[in-house]
Design a protein around this ligand. Structure first.
Ligand SMILES: Nc1nc2c(ncn2[C@@H]2O[C@H](COP(=O)(O)OP(=O)(O)O)[C@@H](O)[C@H]2O)c(=O)[nH]1
Ligand SMILES: [Mg+2]
Length: 360
């Protein structure tokens, strides 16, 4: 990967230079303030360093369901004793053998059993099986692939229902909540960078204290570089233009009913807010489900999964989203700004889940 480094006096200048050199689609890997060395540091202002690279050439998107078809055909070939040119990966053989095996419930459709093998929790499998049955009525899909396509459709629809229900009119303030240390401030910093630096949208930030002080110094430094004003107390009297994005960073609270109740009281003055629960995807599924359950006392609009650089188990994202009945809005990996901070589409997440299992 060819990376270029630009140092300029302002973020705006740096972005212009990057785009002039790499083109309008330049991928911004990291933005950070740099200081002069030695005593010069005393009088010279921080400059802005940007690392950027060209976008990856868009490789032909592999259709995962086709991938799955190929595997199923291979399996059928293997079962009939015909010499299939390529041996099946052991995990696929294992998965297909388990499907319909004695230990699985006979009533569950094959696609649901495949998803169970992929890590879907049994409680979601029951819901999915019920929905599939409703979709199908008396007709049976012709093969596993068709059935998987239908399962994908059902899950995606469910996800869109969660998202629609959580939607709010206008531009509510974006508030990140969660347990301490899960990556809230880092994710917020990336989000602000994406919107202001790359999206050129006006923004304002509140770094509020709760029961604990909010020690997010790096957020203030970063915002200064982005020329995003930072407030330390919430005030209604501030005349913020309507098109300005408002972001709120709060210190983390433990996932207990009383702490979350305290947080709810703190959110009240903010009024209309889009509250995102931040979860560390490297944590155990049980812990994530527990955090989602406790924080659901707040009017949550979505989930943000951090540390995706340390965990690639996508079944966790599906399981928590389905349990909390919330969409995953962003995935965030690593400490670079804005680095990997991607909005999540359920279709893509499903396909990535299938292909990750197929290729593991
Ligand atoms: N590897 C990795 N580290 C992260 C990620 N997000 C945050 N961190 C690190 O985790 C620590 C806590 O992050 P912070 O954003 O301050 O957490 P907060 O307490 O929830 O606001 C810091 O050292 C971050 O640099 C991530 O996606 N991947
Ligand atoms: Mg923080």
């Amino acid at each position: 990967m060819n990376t270029i480094k630009i140092i300029a006096d302002t973020a705006q200048e740096a972005l212009e230079q990057v785009q002039a050199k790499v083109g309008p689609d330049a991928v911004i890997l990291n933005v950070r303030p740099v200081h002069a060395d030695g005593v010069k540091r005393l009088w010279s202002k921080a400059r802005v360093e940007v690392l950027a690279t060209a976008p990856e050439p868009s490789s032909a998107q592999e259709n995962v369901l086709q991938l799955l078809t190929a595997k199923v055909h291979q399996l059928e070939g293997a079962l009939q004793g015909s010499d299939s040119s390529e041996p099946l990966p052991p995990n696929v053989i294992q998965m297909m053998q388990n499907v319909g095996g004695p230990q699985t419930a006979p009533a569950a459709p094959a696609s649901v059993q495949v998803l169970l093998e992929m890590g879907l929790l049994p409680q979601h499998a029951d819901m999915l099986a019920g929905q599939l049955q409703r979709h199908l009525g008396g007709t049976r899909p012709r093969n596993l692939i068709e059935e998987m396509e239908l399962a994908r459709e059902v899950l995606v629809e469910q996800w869109h229902r969660f998202a629609t229900r959580a939607e709010q009119p206008g531009l509510p303030a974006r508030v990140l909540v969660g347990a301490p240390g899960v990556g809230k401030t880092t994710a917020l910093c990336k989000w602000v960078t994406q919107e202001t630096f790359l999206g050129q949208r006006p923004a304002r930030l509140w770094r509020l204290d709760g029961a604990q002080p909010n020690t997010a110094e790096f957020l203030s430094l970063h915002s200064e570089m982005m020329q995003v004003p930072v407030e330390r107390v919430w005030t209604d009297s501030l005349d913020v233009p309507e098109d300005t994005l408002r972001f709120v960073d709060l210190p983390g609270v433990p996932a207990t009913a009383s702490a979350v109740e305290g947080l709810a009281a703190q959110l009240k003055p903010i009024g209309s807010a889009e509250v995102q629960l931040v979860l560390n995807s490297a944590y155990d599924l049980d812990l994530l489900l527990e955090q989602a359950r406790v924080f659901s006392a707040l009017p949550l609009a979505g989930l943000i999964f951090t540390h995706t650089d340390e965990s690639d188990d996508l079944s966790k994202l599906w399981n928590v989203a389905l349990a909390a009945e919330l969409p995953v809005t962003f995935r965030s990996g690593g400490q670079a700004m804005p680095g990997g901070f991607q909005s999540v589409l359920p279709e893509t997440l499903f396909d990535q889940w299938v292909s990750a299992v197929m290729q593991s």
